[in-house]
Design a protein. Structure first.
Length: 157
């Protein structure tokens, strides 16, 4: 992954809500939901704003106390994990919204009371997966009406 790479949220399959320093993300495609806190929530917000990976790193370096190399490695690993979970996808070249090299808008500048950097974790929850995937909106045919999928029986094989 290079520093100029940008990602976008995988809409409409992925929805999210921000609560203080936590972002709750739901993948409607697989029924999983996720919690991102602190640096993870900051990274998500910067991705949503169209910030490239290099500028995300710079924004976190300004916001958190820690080694730049550790922060860079953590950002790249976290972004890769978000991509593996299909929460984000590479931004098409025509959808680039930022000029590379601009400071990331995560923070208004250096702060003498920076918090220590903690490697972001993607907390995954699958306990509601069945319920979310049973939602009839997933079972819409070309007429637009929800329909139950036919049962796979021995007669159909």
């Amino acid at each position: 992954m290079n520093d100029s790479e940008e990602f976008i949220i995988n809409k409409p399959q992925v929805i999210h809500e921000v609560f203080d320093e936590e972002v709750v993300v739901v993948n409607l495609g697989n029924g999983n939901y996720y919690s991102l806190e602190h640096a993870g929530a900051a990274i998500w917000g910067l991705i949503e704003q169209g910030t490239c990976v290099g500028d995300i790193v710079e924004g976190l370096v300004r916001q958190y106390e820690g080694d730049r190399g550790v922060i860079q490695q953590a950002v790249q690993a976290f972004v890769s994990e978000l991509q593996q979970e299909a929460l984000i996808v590479p931004a098409p070249a025509h959808e680039s919204t930022r000029v590379h090299g601009q400071p990331a808008p995560a923070d208004s500048g250096s702060s003498p009371d920076k918090r220590p950097f903690e490697v972001p974790r993607l907390q995954t929850y699958t306990d509601m997966q069945e319920l979310m995937l049973l939602d009839p909106i997933h079972e819409v045919d070309e007429t637009g009406w929800p329909r139950a999928k036919p049962e796979d029986t021995d007669e159909q094989r």
